[in-house]
Design a binder for this molecule. Structure first.
Ligand code: HEC
Ligand code: HEC
Ligand code: HEC
Ligand code: HEC
Ligand code: HEC
Length: 454
């Protein structure tokens, strides 16, 4: 009688549906996970189904079982379906078998659940999740990241990091963001300043702040808008230095963990910095204020302690600052062919025009450049034209994302001072201390121009 009743308990339609759902989703889950590990499901959305959808169905199934059992039990109690409470009697072989069965079944369920949960978290930390599932908002950074020196460093290694606190903080932020994506409610473009941990916990995992780089030579080549795309080259020795050099001086002096540079910024992109304070390793303090800044402006600003990110803000996903810069770099790299007359001028013009969509832009670049050379007299190198069209299209695809309002120069690069203010946010000569000294704007403190281009 007792066994009959217990079997009877799960016979509530809800409990039966729950068992069905849980079993079916578990079987499908195992099959799909196997398929994924065998590489049979390369689609990035597959993860969404396998690691989020199926576990949810499984969970719903599991929850339905006790619910159905409770309903059934109440019905029995009310005398609607039967008249007795079950008696669990382990002296009976059948009860022991069922008990064991339930225990094994529960254990298997827990294992499935853990595997699914681990897979879910793991997969949600992959750049594929960040860049492809969250396709539209993260597309610019994902595309730029794929072509950067940090492309083997995953998004979460910089943006989330290790440890329980970071995990909870960024997973809650992540849920909020997922909600914004689902409801299609997020800023376009995504603001350039991200909620990052202190850089020593991110960059410091791989880079040694006290490492001294010494001097580094950099060469920049630019091209004219004339027929010959005339080249000019600037070569400079950057005094990177660092805390570990004998003087401890140079650009990486700021990265010395034993000193502290605090500043106040008054705009969202941290481009306006009217106040700076240095606390040196010997404890001495110096404060610099920009010319003409008022106490009211300072009070309205926000404070921050300088670290690697204040200079290396586009380190993993840089969008070119201008079409000119992007074309110049491609001419130097040989993608856009300097042998085509006026290619610099025409390339920049095509990239700067505004287009309805990426497809429209790619077509227009193709037709535009070919069309231009049809009107030119003289022999045109067909292979060079082919290659240049492709290179210009690539520049467009890597830097312009019409849906996200991302284009050249949307994100400032703080490392130099030509197209963005960069170093000159502080080193503009206008930030002075009470003793009259100012944050240096002397070109030679940062770099020396070389007369000869190496
Ligand atoms: C090497 C470290 C690093 C990696 C890897 C990295 N980022 Fe970033 N990311 C940064 C830094 C630094 C900023 C700027 C933060 C600041 O200025 O507050 C940033 C900013 C952003 C922003 C804000 C908009 C912008 O461009 O400034 C987005 C969105 C973003 N990252 C997405 C991604 C995605 C998606 C990936 C992976 C495809 C990724 N990041 C990989 C370091 C990284
Ligand atoms: C998981 C390890 C890792 C993390 C985290 C990391 N980097 Fe790197 N970084 C590398 C490696 C490896 C290279 C060399 C890549 C190469 O040369 O191909 C590199 C190269 C660089 C370079 C020189 C190349 C370039 O893009 O100019 C800079 C600058 C740099 N990292 C800064 C940073 C900063 C700033 C952060 C923190 C936001 C950071 N890195 C976080 C591993 C890392
Ligand atoms: C004051 C601005 C500034 C700060 C702060 C700063 N850097 Fe740099 N860093 C630079 C500049 C400028 C370069 C040279 C850029 C170039 O390659 O043209 C550079 C270059 C580098 C390079 C490449 C060196 C090489 O061998 O070519 C790495 C790696 C690096 N920085 C890591 C870091 C890390 C990690 C931090 C934080 C601990 C940091 N930087 C803080 C300005 C800064
Ligand atoms: C937030 C403000 C700020 C920014 C941004 C900034 N610096 Fe500085 N920098 C300072 C301060 C403050 C000093 C110390 C001034 C002094 O000692 O007179 C300094 C000192 C220096 C020095 C001299 C260090 C020494 O004593 O040897 C160099 C070189 C330098 N900065 C380079 C750079 C470069 C390159 C950039 C951009 C990539 C940059 N700084 C961005 C605030 C800044
Ligand atoms: C606070 C440090 C600092 C000061 C002061 C400074 N520069 Fe620079 N400069 C830099 C850095 C950093 C770069 C970027 C190097 C890079 O792109 O990797 C740069 C790049 C340049 C370039 C190359 C531009 C390019 O196309 O990338 C030129 C030219 C230049 N500076 C000229 C000057 C002149 C002239 C002065 C003096 C009026 C000056 N700079 C003052 C830090 C400084």
């Amino acid at each position: 009688m007792a066994q009959h009743d217990r079997a009877f308990l799960v016979r509530h339609p809800l409990a039966m549906a729950g068992i069905g759902l849980a079993t079916a989703s578990a079987v499908v889950f195992i099959a799909l996970v196997l398929a994924m590990y065998l590489g049979m499901l390369p689609n990035p959305y597959a993860g969404l189904v396998v690691f989020v959808g199926l576990p949810l169905v499984f969970l719903v199934g599991l929850l339905l079982i006790p619910w159905g059992v409770t309903l059934q039990r109440r019905a029995i109690a009310r005398g609607e379906k039967g008249d007795e409470w079950p008696v669990i009697d382990f002296r009976q072989a059948r009860t022991r078998r069922i008990g064991l069965g339930i225990a094994v079944f529960t254990a298997v369920n827990i294992v499935i659940f853990l595997v699914a949960g681990y897979g879910t978290l793991h997969w949600m930390e992959s750049p594929q999740f960040c860049g492809q599932v969250c396709h539209e908002p993260m597309h610019p950074q994902y595309t730029a990241w794929q072509n950067a020196p940090h492309s083997n460093v995953t998004c979460v290694q910089c943006h989330i990091g290790e440890g329980g606190e970071a995990f909870v903080h960024y997973k809650t932020a992540g849920l909020r963001q997922l909600f914004h994506v689902v409801t299609n409610n997020y800023p376009r473009p995504i603001p350039g300043v991200a909620d990052m941990r202190p850089a020593l916990q991110t960059c410091g995992n791989c880079h040694w702040p006290e490492r001294s780089v010494g001097d580094a030579v950099r060469v920049r080549r630019t091209y004219g808008d004339d027929e010959a795309n005339t080249e000019s080259a600037t070569a400079l020795t950057l005094h990177l230095g660092g805390p570990g050099t004998p003087t401890g001086r140079g650009i990486h002096w700021h990265a010395n963990p034993n000193l502290k540079i605090d500043y106040v910024y008054t705009d969202d992109a941290r481009q306006e910095i009217p106040w700076v304070r240095v606390t040196r390793p010997d404890g001495s303090v110096q404060e610099f204020s920009a010319d003409g800044v008022t106490a009211g402006q300072l009070a309205a600003g926000q404070g921050r302690t300088m670290d690697c990110l204040d200079c290396h803000n586009v380190v993993a996903h840089r969008i070119a600052l201008s079409a000119e810069e992007a074309v110049d770099r491609e001419i130097t790299a040989g993608g856009v062919s300097r042998n085509l007359p006026f290619v610099r001028r025409e390339g920049v013009k095509l990239l700067q025009a505004s287009y309805q969509s990426t497809d429209a832009a790619l077509a227009a670049i193709d037709q535009g450049l070919r069309g231009f050379y049809q009107t030119q007299s003289g022999e045109i190198d067909a292979a060079a034209l082919e290659k240049s069209v492709a290179a210009l299209q690539t520049i467009y695809q890597r830097n312009v994302f019409p849906v996200m309002n991302v284009t050249f120069g949307v994100y400032p690069d703080n490392i130099g001072h030509m197209a963005s203010q960069g170093c000159f946010r502080c080193h503009d000569g206008s930030h002075t201390a009470k003793d009259g000294s100012s944050i240096t704007s002397d070109c030679e403190s940062c770099h020396r121009m070389l007369d000869e281009v190496p």
